[in-house]
Design a protein. Sequence first.
Length: 296
Amino acid sequence: MKDFFNYQGKVCVVTGSSNGMGLATAKMLVELGAQVHAVSRSVTNIEGLAGMYQCDLSKKEQVDKVFAQLPGHIDCFFGVAGLSGAKTDYLTTFNCDFTSNKYMTEEYLVKRMGKGGSITFVSSTAGLNWEKHMKEQNPLVHAASWEETEKALGKLPEIAPANFAYIFAKRCVSQFAAEKALELGKLGIRVNNVMPGSTETGMKDEFEKMAGGEEALLNETGVAHRLASPDEMAGPIVFLGSDMCSFVSGVDFCVDSCERTQKILKLKKDVTNISATSPIILKFAKMAMDKQNRIK
C-alpha cells in the first residue's frame, strides 16, 4: 500500500506535546514513521520519540537552548503549544501562544527547512476574524525581534486580563501564518493554520471558566454539542502537514463542527468579533476581574 502521508523518516518537531492535541499529534506522527522531536513544559511520554526537550516557550532563552539541540534540518513543524491565560499572566500567555511561534519561524525554521517543508500552526477559533483587526495586530506580526514584539504590546500586559492575551495572540498567529505562507512559498515551504474548536484537553476547566460554565462552552461546539477529542484535532493537523496536502498553503482550517458556519449564516451571534485591545473592552474586563478578585 502506498504511503500517501509520506512521514516515514521525516524530522518533525511538535510543541505542546505532553498533553491534549499536541500529545495526540506526536503519537500519530510516531506511528506514521516520523522522527518526532517533542517540545513541551512537561515530559512527553511516548515510546519511539527521536528526542524530548522540556521548554517554557514563553522564554526566549529556553527556546534558543532547545533549537541548539534540535537537528540542523527539519522537515515539518507543528506549533501546537498554547496557554489559555486562566493561570498565567498576559505576557507569558502571549509569548507562548504567539511570540515563540514567530521567533522560531523567523530565527530557525526558515534556515533549517527546504523545499517540501511544512509548518502547521495551531491557533484557535478565537483566531477567527483576524483579517478584520489587522491594524492592531500589525505592530506585533511585523515586529523585528522577540524584544520588539514585547515592546509593541505596550501597556497591555499591565492593564489587560490574561484571557484577552489568548484571543489577541491567536489572531496574531493566524495573520502571521497567512503572511508567511506567501513569503515562504517562494522557498517551497508550506504554511497552514489549524483553528480548533472546543476540545477535551487539560485546559478544559480553564476554558469552561472563561466561557461561563460547561453549558456555555458546549454551546460553542457547533452541531456536535460535545467537545472534540484530542485525536479529532490531531487528524487534521497531521493531514495538513503531510504530502496529502502538497498543494495546500495559506489555509485557515477551521475544525469546529459547523460552529463558524452557524455564525456566517447568522444562526448564532459571533461574540468573538471584537477588538482585543479596545479601551472600552479592556476597561470593563478589568472591572469584572477586580470584582471577581474581591469576591475571592
